[in-house]
Design a protein around this ligand. Structure first.
Ligand SMILES: [Zn+2]
Length: 102
């Protein structure tokens, strides 16, 4: 697995939409690659951080959601920018899943 692939799988991993095989490949990659390891840690941190609030943010109107995401990205500094980008994709998937249930 290369970094490009790993980045795609990280958001799937956070969403628990990844097969066990791929999860293992991803974790193997993060053992060898500090960049992806950090990305995974950041994603896990943000997703935990947003756990409770995330639900209500997800159902917020698109514009509002974007500004919340931008705000979070800026607060933590530019290091988190790629993470926030991944989170946006992740959220899109999550909100479509939630909307389906409603
Ligand atoms: Zn990597």
């Amino acid at each position: 697995m290369d970094c490009h692939e790993a980045k795609n799988y990280i958001s799937l991993y956070i969403d628990e939409e990844i097969s066990d095989n791929k999860a293992e490949e991803l974790l193997q990659h993060t053992k060898e690659c500090a960049t992806c390891r950090q990305l995974l840690l950041d994603m896990e941190f943000i997703s935990r951080l947003l756990g409770a609030a995330g639900q209500s943010i997800m159902t917020a109107p698109e514009g509002l959601k974007d500004s919340i995401m931008e705000e979070l990205g800026h607060k933590k500094g530019s290091r988190l920018e790629p993470v926030m980008k991944l989170m946006k994709d992740s959220w899109k998937r999550l909100s479509s899943r939630i909307n389906r249930h409603n």
